[in-house]
Design a protein around this ligand. Structure first.
Ligand code: F6R
Length: 606
């Protein structure tokens, strides 16, 4: 998603802003730009593509100025191009924006009728023209911005600087995240604490509806009505984290390899290892009294929820409603007051998940969330937060966040099972032991990485790939297909193995690789008969399993051997092979693994 930075500094800011933008690269972007004030005049540089294009441009055409704003764009309105890149500006104001102005057609028509000279296809440019109209009518910048903010509908974060005002920046937040950073005689803004890390670790998060007037001396934050408000200033932990690839070729590879460590770290937080028990923080929920649990999320986080549905129903006998957040938010679901809704999100800023959370709060649900970014909107708006402790995830394709989400969900399912009298001490110790062994088994799979590299020659030539799984391996089939398509651009679909003969079997011929996630569990024989159906149609089976391939009773083209584990934890273990298959295929094909085309890390628009 778009990234915003801004600085009122003591020295030239352009280079600093680009450095900060680099830390937002992980969000995905297609163009970037910077504007500064030079002797009171607004100047900007913009470039399509990677940040290095903007850096090159700034070398040949430097920007001076101690006051500036910067932006990485992820196109919503108007194709990726230099003219659509931010900042957008008139002679009077320059603006960077993250989000969508939903009523921009109406505003643009109004401004065009008055002769405003538009130069881009973006929704953002209406903001520059609206402010300019107010300034030219004689208003000062603060009054002008206050006046136009209530004309903007949609979700947005904004930062603006003004011709002739060296010591002024105005920012606003409505739905998209924005943080203010406090320096010594300097002030900063950024989309998140990671962007602000080069400048400061003293950070205040704006709330929805807040707008703020920054000078080098400080910030005055106001609410929607214009009344002054205080937002707590906290010490961000992000600054000390090194955001680099280490010895890996891609962040995604590094993050896949971090899983034994971060899953272990997350387990240590939620388990009492000495007593083989779960050890969750106090929650405002008594699972013994809960009649239904509703789960909602997007993408990979949704697949984590889908695994959790199997866990909660099997191990806690707790009925689960589950929905994709973008569907849930508009379904007007009837909810029993006092129910429990659980949201899962790496970024904690996904617009659809946040909107679903707000709907549930209106329905008097207790809202729990599992998030990785603890200072995020979803975390702040939940009644209780269960953090995943995987550190910043930079690769756009989620890997370690997924397995850490599963880890927390597994601990929560055990806690719910205990509270509901389904799980006794022995069963608890058995499941906790299975979880504790997960990092070791993940490491064993990672040590066998060459087996996955050997697959890439044939997989990279495939036009379509099918993934099959049963039970809690079905969501892993879905996740495997999502990983492959998003980073290699090969079409892939995940199916419940039992669904095969209800349609997808028509796709199978000798050209289609079929990746089967089949732990040797109580469903293995059923999945084996589906494999036989595939083999009978010359499909090329790649088996991911701890079983002897001969046990399938059919020809297996490639067998990827996985350690035998307790059936409870198979989703955690089998997530790793599907990540490795996708990663090595994409790396071999030479795609932009960490920033796949068209994708964004944090989806703050719906
Ligand atoms: C896929 C992926 C996405 C995210 C989804 C939700 O690899 O990363 O599908 O899982 O956009 O994002 P969060 O978890 O930030 O809410």
């Amino acid at each position: 998603m778009c990234g915003i930075v801004g600085a009122l500094s003591k020295g030239p800011v352009a280079e600093l802003l680009v450095d900060a933008l680099k830390r937002l690269e992980y969000r995905g972007y297609d163009s970037a730009g910077v504007a500064t004030l030079e002797n009171g005049r607004l100047e900007r540089r913009r470039a399509q593509g990677k940040l290095r294009n903007l850096e090159e441009l700034l070398k040949s055409e430097p920007l001076l100025g101690n006051t500036g704003i910067g932006h990485t764009r992820w196109a919503t309105h108007g194709k990726p191009s230099e003219i659509n890149a931010h900042p957008h500006m008139t002679d009077d104001v320059s603006v960077v924006h993250n989000g969508i102005i939903e009523n921009f057609h109406e505003l643009k028509a109004e401004l065009l009728a008055e002769g405003a000279p538009f130069t881009s296809d973006t929704d953002t440019e209406v903001i520059a023209h609206l402010v300019t109209r107010e300034l030219r009518a004689g208003k000062d910048p603060v009054t002008a911005v206050f006046h136009i903010l209530n004309r903007l509908q949609g979700a947005f974060a904004l930062a603006m600087i003004f011709q002739g005002y060296e010591n002024l920046m105005i920012v606003a937040r409505q739905g998209s995240p924005l943080a203010v950073g406090y320096g010594d005689g300097e002030m900063f803004v950024g989309s998140d604490a990671i962007a602000l890390a080069p400048f400061t670790d003293k950070i205040a998060y704006l709330e929805d509806g807040d707008w703020a007037v920054l000078t080098r001396e400080g910030v005055a934050i106001r609410d929607r009505m214009g009344a002054g408000v205080e937002r707590p200033v906290s010490q961000s932990q992000t600054g000390g984290l090194v955001v680099d690839k280490g010895n890996y070729r891609h962040f995604m590879a590094k993050e896949i390899h971090e899983q034994p460590e971060v899953v272990g770290h997350t387990l240590a937080h939620y388990l009492d290892l000495a007593n083989s028990q779960v050890n969750l923080p106090a929650l405002p929920v008594d699972f013994a009294q809960v009649s239904r649990l509703s789960l909602s999320a997007c993408g990979t986080a949704f697949y984590a929820c889908l695994v959790a549905k199997y866990w909660f129903e099997r191990w806690a006998k707790l009925p689960v409603d589950i929905d994709i957040a973008s569907e849930f938010r508009y379904r007007e679901t009837a909810m029993q007051p006092g129910g429990v809704a659980l949201f899962v999100s790496q970024s904690g800023e996904t617009a659809d998940t946040l909107a679903s959370l707000r709907y549930c709060r209106q329905q008097n649900q207790q809202v729990l969330s599992i998030v990785n970014v603890q200072e995020s909107s979803i975390a702040r708006e939940s009644n209780a937060v269960l953090p995943t402790l995987c550190g910043p995830e930079i690769g756009v394709a989620s890997t370690k966040a997924f397995t850490c989400q599963l880890t927390v969900l597994a601990c929560l399912a055990i806690a719910a099972g205990k509270a509901r009298g389904v799980i006794g001490p022995e069963r608890e110790a058995e499941l906790v032991k299975a979880l504790v062994e997960v990092p070791r088994h993940m490491a064993a799979i990672l040590n066998d990485e060459h087996a996955y590299e050997a697959l890439v020659h044939s997989l990279s030539k495939a036009r379509d790939v099918l993934y099959l799984g049963r039970g809690s391996s079905f969501p892993i089939a879905l996740e495997g297909a999502l990983k492959l398509k998003e980073i290699s651009y090969i079409h892939a679909e995940g199916y419940a193995a039992g669904e095969l003969k209800h349609g997808p079997i028509a796709l199978i011929d000798e050209e289609v690789p079929v990746i089967v996630i089949a732990p040797r569990d109580e469903l293995f024989d059923k999945t084996a008969s589906n494999m036989q159906e595939v083999a009978a149609r010359d499909g090329k089976i790649i088996l991911v399993s701890d079983a002897d391939p001969a046990a399938t009773g059919c020809a297996i083209q490639t067998a990827l051997s996985v350690p035998s584990v307790h059936p409870f934890v198979t989703p955690l273990i089998y997530a790793v092979p599907v990540q490795l298959i996708a990663y090595h295929t994409a790396a071999f094909m030479g795609t932009d693994v960490d920033q796949p085309r068209n994708l964004a890390k944090s989806v703050t628009v719906e």
